[in-house]
Design a protein around this ligand. Sequence first.
Ligand code: CAA
Length: 259
Amino acid sequence: MTAYSDILLDTPHNGVQLIRLNRPEARNALRNTLLGELADALQNAARDEQIRAVVITGSDQVFAAGADIKEMAALDAVGLWKDPRPTYWKAIRTFPKPLIASVNGYCLGGGMELAMHADIIIAGEDAQFGQPEINLGIIPGAGGTQRLIRTVGKALAMRLVLSGEFIPARQALTAGLVAEVTQPELTLKRAIALAESIASKSPVAVRLAKEAILAGFETSLSQGLELERKAFLFLAATEDRQEGINAFLEKRPPQFKGQ
Ligand code: CAA
């Protein structure tokens, strides 16, 4: 397995790869090395048929404190333009398997944007979400303005981005930003259990379901319905669909193979 400095990879278990952000001295700030390693780990996970879902987590105190401000400070406009970060974000954005973020503590700036790249966010009661870039005289740079309005609507998106104020996990839940709130000590356990449950489903169906839901962010309803229909028809040709239906009729658990 590749050796990384800023992330830790647990041995995959029950089809789930756990990735831990690991820069405690900088509150998991997303320097280029970290983002590049994350992109690489996800590209490897995408290729590995044994891995069917990925969980990303931080520490008990912080998921991630955003872009690395010290690294960012050294870059002028041209430096930022040449920066490899957009390539890394693209690799995260296009990861085709389910991605779950397990969030405790601070989830700020680029850290919140990373969490929003996940398909599902599970948050501990202690989690705090915010886009404090405005306090630095900048704005979110990894999709925060666009994903927030599509996820929580204009009122809260404006409040978070213009004021830099944080919201607690419960409010993030009500706003639709996070899927579930847990006791802080149970967040990772729950995220892994959910990932394992998803990993036991048909990987083909899971992948197409993710693709169809994400397409809903960008397409019209009629185009989205068309895409869903085609994916639904495609799945009729899979062995997993036959297995799922047979298992139901035979009153046994299904064994999905991804075919
Ligand atoms: N970048 C670089 N270093 C950071 C950092 C960041 N985003 N956040 C924290 N650190 C560093 C601190 O500089 C400090 O380092 P030193 O010990 O060398 O001084 C160390 O981590 C510990 O930080 P604190 O003492 O501040 O820790 P805390 O527990 O008291 O507070 C915190 C934690 C609330 C997260 C606070 O560190 C903080 O507010 N961080 C900055 C949050 C922020 O502004 N994020 C937006 C970044 S810009 C961005 O993300 C752009 C984008 O959209 C891509």
